[in-house]
Design a protein around this ligand. Structure first.
Ligand SMILES: [Zn+2]
Length: 498
């Protein structure tokens, strides 16, 4: 990884278009780095390309800088997340992708990745070399989004602070496309949220200008730049949060929304509020004992949110064959109907399991009566395989209920030693393929008979797997199970082995 400190644009006469200071000058010495606070992107955040000079470069081994997945406005994150996203540095037609731009004290350092076998800084990146730093389309969109959310946060916090006397405890610029949030010491009421949003958007409609002012300027006519050398004294919203402890050598800036807000900040901001119509979410989504999170959206992220939520709503309305306004009521109706249907299916299944269990028990009783087979060595036992078709996610539970009902309906003389039976139940989906699953349940009068029968079945049906306990065994068969084929095979197999 290569560290490159980039100096300044080569044209010596530029305009401080968004930084307003009568005493501020940007040094013309190309061997000195421009301090953070006066970086080209901070003076003109809409800038996409910059011709500049390398002040110094060094080879860094081996640990890369942390990636910039999350641009949080905490002090810790700030030290490594000043204006920054991958963009190419061009030199002698060689393009280097900037991996990250990181603040070191008051300097912004660009990191690029040289070839693996490089042992020293390549000549094209040596001190004094000219380079062009460019922001690609994706990088610019990202900056535009970050500026929109950041400037909106200043405005939102300022309005909440001034109208409701409620300070912002912290905020986070969450990754696109999630809403960003501010944490407040109390939840805002619906009326307050509506009023704050109105208030904020009045400033937006007024198209208020945004500019940057170096702190404490104008006192000395000869001053070039006011560089922070001591710890700041945070005491009001204007001084606001303290600067990061390692912020030495950088410029102390106030970001000013004309007539609305002055906040110390190093970030990039839009020159005007005019595109920042803001949406504050209706109620806190989460809270702790001391802070209440309020989500908000503005600018490109608000439009993206609008488009994606509209698409979701339109899709849902399409599925329900109704207009968007009817969707919530229609969904409620569908959910309600579904719950009622579910309950009805449960009731019917219970009833059906009872009927099937009783029918099987009666069938066994008739068999005994007709066959005369009673207890004793001549009794081979009753064997029955019942294959059902059922499009059910809970087939196993249903078959279990059938076996319980069967046991419950056995006549007293069919219980104990007087009975011998092997009952196999199978439940298959209506349309089967080679990967379909048929649920199989085995119930017998004796544990060892059930165990032997399950082993026989597994030998016969290669894809049948399962396990059991006492007189019950259940498993799954993969493939096509037909009553006339697999069902009959199982029936004769169990009859032979019983
Ligand atoms: Zn800020």
């Amino acid at each position: 990884m290569m560290l490159i400190t980039i100096s300044r644009e080569s044209q010596c006469c530029w305009v401080l278009c968004r930084i307003i200071s009568p005493s501020l000058h940007v040094p013309s010495d190309t061997s000195a780095a421009i301090p953070v606070g006066l970086l080209a992107c901070q003076r003109d955040p809409l800038l996409r390309s910059l011709k500049t000079t390398i002040v110094s470069a060094a080879l860094l081994k081996p640990s890369p800088p942390p990636s910039l997945n999350k641009a949080s406005h905490t002090k810790k994150a700030k030290a490594s997340s000043v204006p920054t996203f991958p963009h190419p540095v061009l030199q002698d037609a060689v393009v280097w992708n900037v991996q990250v731009v990181k603040r070191h004290g008051g300097l912004a350092v660009h990191y690029v990745k040289p070839a693996e076998d490089v042992s020293d800084v390549p000549d094209v990146l040596a001190s004094g070399k000219n380079v062009i730093v460019e922001l690609g389309p994706a990088g610019f969109q990202r900056r535009l989004d970050h500026m929109s959310m950041h400037t909106s946060q200043h405005l939102l916090s300022s309005v909440i602070d001034s109208t409701l006397k409620t300070p912002t405890l912290t905020w986070s610029l969450t990754p696109w496309p999630s809403p960003a949030y501010i944490d407040l010491p109390r939840p805002l009421t619906a009326a307050e949220i509506s009023s704050v949003q109105d208030h904020v958007n009045r400033h937006v409609f007024a198209g208020r200008r945004v500019h940057v002012q170096p702190a404490s300027t104008g006192a000395t006519a000869t001053a070039t730049i006011d560089i922070i050398r001591a710890e700041p004294q945070p005491s009001s919203r204007e001084l606001g949060r303290g600067l990061p402890r390692d912020y030495s050598g950088g410029v102390h800036r106030l970001v000013i929304i004309d007539g609305v807000d002055r906040t110390p900040c190093c970030g990039t901001h839009l020159p005007s509020l005019s595109t920042l119509q803001l949406f504050l979410f209706p109620s806190p989504t989460s809270s702790s004992a001391t802070s209440f999170r309020h989500l908000f959206l503005a600018g490109p992220r608000l439009l993206d949110h609008l488009a994606s939520t509209h698409a979701l709503l339109a899709r849902t309305a399409g599925v329900l064959s109704c207009g968007a306004p009817e969707t919530p009521d229609r969904v409620a109706l569908v959910v309600d109907e579904s719950k009622r249907r579910e309950k009805r299916v449960e009731d019917l299944e219970r009833e059906l399991a009872g009927v099937l269990g009783r029918q099987l028990a009666e069938e066994m009783a008739r068999w005994r009566a007709a066959d005369g087979a009673g207890p004793g060595p001549r009794d081979d036992g009753w064997v029955r395989c019942l294959s059902r078709t059922d499009d059910s996610q809970t087939a196993r539970a249903f078959l279990h209920a059938v076996t319980l009902a069967f046991e419950a309906h056995l006549l007293p003389e069919q219980t104990g030693e007087a009975r011998r039976f092997t009952l196999l139940l199978a439940s298959s989906p209506p349309s089967q393929t080679s990967s379909s699953t048929t649920v199989v349940m085995l119930l017998g009068s004796e544990e060892k008979r059930v165990k032997a029968a399950s082993e026989e079945l597994k030998r016969q049906f290669a894809t049948l797997k399962g396990g059991g306990k006492a007189t019950r065994w259940s498993g799954k068969f993969v493939g096509v199970w037909l009553a006339e084929r697999e069902g009959k095979t199982a029936q004769s197999l169990l009859s032979r082995s019983s």
